[in-house]
Write a protein that binds this ligand. Structure first.
Ligand code: BGC
Length: 745
């Protein structure tokens, strides 16, 4: 029987309580009477059980597609299934907490860890995080959603201060965490290494207590990222429960507790949260489980089939003909040696690995011939012997499938990239091959996006395979041959060039600071607002079939809207479409992105079949965060909801009128004359007061004149200090009159 929290707390000494606030070793907590040891391990796309700081694990586990691949499926049911499969392996390994998923926003394509993250869009990241956490936790173990918050780069990650305004945090960098916390209720949240507006996340009371617990109702354990705690006492005070790894600094916490600097109730809070965690996240809770690694591999395969994004498919170049005598050149080392996950703490010691070359050979036999074309040495010049071998193979084949991508050395946890280009030796190979054949198909393997603008014209089709986990090679083979139909969509825009990216001039910052100067204009919010060309837009992804959208109806609900439309598969083969709903708000009182994703649904359709989709939107889908009013605001007026296949392929539009919601603007002495006149009550009060002033006629307040425009921008209080006949305290009196009149209305 689990014991009541208050039964345990009194039994522990102050010192025992203080010691609980840190790990026993690299991967577990300290047991005390009444609270057992809790074990934690990475990670986000499969289990990595290691002894210490080393990255090499002895225990084999299934490597599912990393977030970049699984996220591109836009399929929460599939993501949940992967979560369940990861949870199953955690349970079998006796791991109580899975350290994942990572749901930080992809602010810049240069972030070395983007392969572990999902999207440039918070809805896509949050929906993924919710599904993964629900899946993992359905197995009785806990998840640790990470890295909270504004951890969007690896450069200087343990010290850099993300300088970011609250609206941007609330609208872009927080909502994925908020969604996971409020829906999936993760057992733990992992705070990030970096500082936010000067304060380390690990000791940021506003972040860990005000936002996470008070605003969102989080009642689990906040664990630090490994080595993220700088000041142990400040961290506990701010709301960090568990410093990981190891117990360094315990003496400081004990001394602070003994001196009263750290109140005992703060430590009691830590104790009771860890006790609750030990009860709810327990690998043994649902009993022993046998893991069938073949069945797990099949799940990894199904997940990998939905990740790849068909970026381009000129004249139906894909799928490759399965029958007949077509000779296919498979070129590129990635076909033989797949790159299927990224480096760092998330690296899984896979149970097995499928290569695309083996899978293609298995499926279509001797029609496949291979040439490696290049080596994984990214800095290398093109190898003339390998390039020549590939070129002559391509010249002697009907189709060439060229496997390009980023070798391991190009991206990893721990450092950022400085380019989004493919390695030069691979681009040289593409050029050489495309000089001897026009029938080139490119398959990409990369965690962070790569630019395609400089070379896409050389390829008839491009399949962006991201990193797909241990079954990825088999999935790619099936997709190339049309045994499965691509259904992945871009969770991040592919820019024409690095210089176009919104954070370009600020990333990765300097002197310990990175300024989030682009504010809420991240990813498509930036490109689409500016009308900048992109190579492939957010949400884009082709299929071997085609979909039509029809019958949009938009109706207002209680503060939100209901959107209904029909998607029809008008092509010849079965396929899946990710239908997306974007909201635009052109009457808002503040600047907003041209449109923002507010809903999506993946529909699976046989040829000729149709499905009617309904997406319910609550008021948050229409709201912005007001820094001044400290809350979510909907301005009264018409909103447009657009439905389509990507942020730049919107097929249907409908309008809905919503009432004002959230804390409404109050006029103050700092409100401008224009704001006073724009408010019906304010204008009545102000006009009445002006009429009393003997020198009123000297003010030209007519807004159609330049003088009127100049006055319009002046705060009321300031203006009145310049009016000789205005009595002292006039502004305060007007504000009081306004408050009284608005209350009585
Ligand atoms: C990473 C975390 C990871 C932890 C434990 C840190 O370096 O940032 O994502 O869970 O190590 O391996």
């Amino acid at each position: 029987m689990p014991r009541e929290h208050d039964e345990v707390i009194p039994e522990l000494t102050l010192e025992q309580k203080a010691r609980l606030a840190s790990g026993a070793d690299f991967w577990s907590t300290k047991p005390v009477p009444g609270i057992r040891r809790i074990t934690m391990n990475d990670g986000p796309h499969g289990m990595r059980v290691v002894a210490d700081i080393g990255l090499k694990s002895q225990k084999r586990a299934t490597c599912f597609p990393p977030a970049v691949g699984l996220g591109s499926s836009w399929n929460p049911a599939l993501q949940r299934e992967v979560g369940e499969a990861i949870g199953r392996e955690a349970r079998a390994l006796g791991v109580d907490i899975v350290l994942g998923p990572g749901i930080n926003i992809k602010r810049s394509p240069l972030c070395g860890r983007n392969f572990e993250y999902v999207s440039e869009d918070p809805l896509v990241a949050g929906s993924f995080g919710q599904a993964l956490v629900e899946g993992i936790q359905s197995q009785g173990v806990g998840a640790s959603v990470k890295h909270f918050a504004a951890n969007n780069q690896e450069t200087d990650r343990m010290h850099v201060s993300a300088e970011v305004d609250e609206r941007t945090l609330r609208e872009i960098y927080f909502p994925a965490f908020e969604r996971v916390v409020t829906t999936a209720k993760p057992a733990t949240v992992m705070c990030s290494y970096n500082r936010i507006n000067g304060v380390y996340a690990s000791q940021n009371e506003w972040l860990l207590t005000r936002v996470l617990r008070e605003d969102w109702g989080f009642d689990g354990v906040v664990v630090s990222d490994w080595g993220a705690v700088v000041d142990r006492v400040e961290a506990v005070k701010a709301g960090l429960d568990l410093k990981m790894p190891t117990a360094t600094g315990d003496d400081r916490v004990i001394a602070a507790a003994q001196s009263g600097e750290l109140p005992e109730f703060v430590l009691d809070r830590v104790v009771s949260r860890l006790q609750a965690l030990a009860e709810r996240a327990d690998a043994s809770r649902l009993g022993p489980v046998d893991v069938d690694f073949d069945a797990q591999h099949e799940i990894a395969l199904r997940a990998a089939l939905e990740g790849p994004v068909l970026l381009k498919n000129e004249n139906g170049a894909l799928p490759l003909l399965e029958q007949g005598s077509t000779r296919i050149a498979v070129v590129g080392e990635f076909a033989r040696t797949p790159r299927y996950q990224g480096s760092g703490s998330s690296q899984v010691p896979s149970t097995r690995v499928d290569s695309a070359l083996d899978a293609l050979t298995e499926l279509i036999g001797s029609r496949v011939r291979f040439a490696p074309g290049f080596t994984f040495d990214g800095d290398a010049e093109a190898d003339p012997v390998l390039a020549e071998e590939a070129r002559s193979l391509a010249a002697d084949s009907d189709w060439t499938v060229l496997f390009l991508g980023l070798p391991d050395s190009c991206e990893s946890e721990g450092f950022d990239r400085d380019t989004i280009e493919l390695p030069a030796n691979q681009l040289a190979l593409l050029e050489a091959v495309s000089a001897v054949t026009r029938r080139v198909i490119v398959v990409l393997s990369n965690g962070g996006l790569v630019e395609t603008d400089s070379w896409e014209f050389r390829a008839r089709a491009i399949l962006e395979g991201w990193l797909l986990g241990q079954a990825g090679g088999r999935a790619i083979a099936q997709l190339l041959l049309g045994r499965a139909n691509p259904s992945g969509k871009l969770t991040e825009s592919i820019p024409v060039k690095l210089e176009d990216t919104p954070a370009y001039i600020n990333f990765p910052g300097c002197d310990g600071q990175v300024v989030y100067g682009e504010r809420v204009y991240v990813g498509y919010r930036y490109y689409d607002t500016r009308g900048l060309p992109v190579s492939f837009p957010f949400g884009h992804g082709l299929s071997y079939t085609e979909f039509e959208y029809s019958g949009l109806s938009v109706t207002a609900t209680d503060g939100g809207a209901s959107v209904t439309f029909t998607v029809t598969n008008v092509g010849e083969v079965a396929g899946a479409e990710v239908a997306q709903v974007y909201r635009s708000d052109r009457h808002s009182a503040i600047d907003r992105p041209a449109h923002e994703l507010v809903g999506f649904q993946k529909v699976f359709l046989e040829p000729g079949a149709a499905q009617t989709v309904t997406i319910e939107l609550d008021s948050r889908a229409f709201a912005y965060w007001s820094i001044g009013r400290r809350g979510w605001i909907v301005d009264e007026g018409l909103f447009t909801l657009s439905v389509g296949a990507s942020s730049r392929d919107l097929r249907l539009n409908g309008d809905v009128r919503l009432p004002a919601q959230g804390p409404q603007r109050r006029l103050t002495a700092f409100s401008s004359i224009a704001e006073w006149f724009a408010d019906p009550v304010g204008s009545q009060v102000l006009q009445g007061a002006i009429a009393q002033l003997p020198d009123a006629h000297t003010f030209q307040l007519d807004p159609s004149t330049n003088e009127g425009k100049m006055f319009a921008a002046i705060p009321l209080g300031h203006l009145l200090t310049m009016v000789p006949s205005a009595p002292s305290g006039a502004a305060e009196q007007l504000v009081a009159a306004y408050e009284q009149l608005s209350r009585s209305e």
